[in-house]
Design a protein around this ligand. Structure first.
Ligand SMILES: O=C(O)CCC(=O)C(=O)O
Ligand SMILES: [Fe+2]
Length: 335
């Protein structure tokens, strides 16, 4: 089984017809309902290769002091508990350590919130700090900021396409209204190959999880066999990169909006091939204060039964981020 390849250019081009939008929305609806994962044909040109190359340069050539200068630190220790660099084995999924290193970024906050203004060295409230860039890697910050800007715009268009796919052709901004100032997030991830001594067989590069927000746009280098998606049949299928495409998946908040019509599909990374793998997912998310609840039309499909309680996205995010760095063996943590 393989994942569908979609073209949503009907929603990005100003000259497209209603019929072409309907056709694209119908393919999108089937992909989200049947898989929760799909390939989206879209390219940002050389910006993508530049971002992947800079990510690789950071992981493979930066000194330990460069990496530690941008370390994720807890509130109280100088950080905001979320933004920054995590070394190998620091990230936790389902209570188990992941074998990757990465830098986490979030939407910049207009006024970072110091924990204690009299003692700025203590850092920030959870998630309310500043993004940390490796200034030693020339062009890193500008390239990634430009990359994320483009993906935010793409995400806005995909929200309109998703609204059509859910039957909201007449109210196509029903999702966009709650994501336009989205509290997006992004990761720059490096995966050394898993070897036996690192936990090799049975070890995990990034543990099984669902993404916790709205829609993820993933770009990765060409390494095959690393990202795997749990199909509805119960088998794990490879989501290998396809040139000119993003791997897109829906997250927990989209599952909530659709009243479970589109499930947030579980996935994992097991990288045992040779070479250092790099991936740069962008998580397009609802506004921090968006109250996400099942959409009327999706509730109607389920015979009027609301299967989920409303949830404020910011609360959901705080819950999830707190779990990512806390080793709780029973917990089922998302990303
Ligand atoms: O590296 C990948 O291919 C996927 C990473 C991922 O699933 C995540 O960061 O949520
Ligand atoms: Fe993920």
């Amino acid at each position: 089984m393989s994942l569908p390849i979609l073209d949503l250019s009907a929603f990005t081009s100003p000259s497209s017809t209603t019929d072409s939008k309907r056709a694209a929305a119908s393919a999108l609806s089937a992909a989200c309902r049947d898989h929760g994962f799909f390939y989206l044909r879209h390219t940002l040109g050389p910006l993508e290769q530049r971002a992947l190359a800079l990510a690789r340069e950071f992981f493979l050539t930066s000194s330990p002091s460069t990496k530690s200068r941008i370390s994720r630190l807890n509130p109280g220790d100088g950080g905001d508990g979320a933004r920054g660099y995590q070394k190998l084995n620091e990230n936790i999924t389902q209570g188990k350590t992941d074998f990757h290193e990465g830098i986490d970024y979030y939407s910049p906050v207009v006024e970072p919130k110091l924990l204690d203004p009299a003692h700025p060295e203590k850092g920030y409230e959870l998630l309310m700090g500043v993004n940390l860039f490796p200034q030693e890697v020339e062009g890193f910050q500008e390239t990634f900021e430009a990359f994320w800007d483009e993906l935010r715009k793409l995400g806005d268009r995909v929200m309109v396409a998703m609204a059509w796919a859910l039957g909201y052709e007449e109210d196509e901004e029903v999702l966009l209204r709650q994501t336009r100032n989205g509290f997006w997030s992004a990761r720059v991830i490096g995966y050394p190959e898993l070897k036996k001594e690192d936990g090799g067989e049975g070890g995990i590069s990034c543990g099984e999880h669902s993404d916790y927000g709205c829609t993820t746009f993933l770009l990765a280098d060409p390494t095959p066999g690393a990202l795997q998606v749990l199909a509805k049949t119960g088998e794990w299928i490879d989501a290998d990169p396809i040139e000119g495409c993003y791997v897109v998946n829906i997250g927990d908040m989209m599952e909530l909006w659709t009243n479970g019509l589109w499930a947030s599909t579980r996935h994992r990374v097991i990288h045992t091939k040779s070479g250092f793998r790099v991936s740069i997912p962008f998580f397009y998310e609802p506004n921090f204060d968006a109250v996400v609840e099942p959409l009327d039309k999706c509730v109607a499909v389920a015979g009027g039964e609301k299967k989920y309680q409303p949830k404020k996205y910011g609360d959901h995010l705080i819950e999830k981020v707190s779990g990512n760095f806390y080793k709780a063996p029973e917990a089922d943590q998302g990303k």
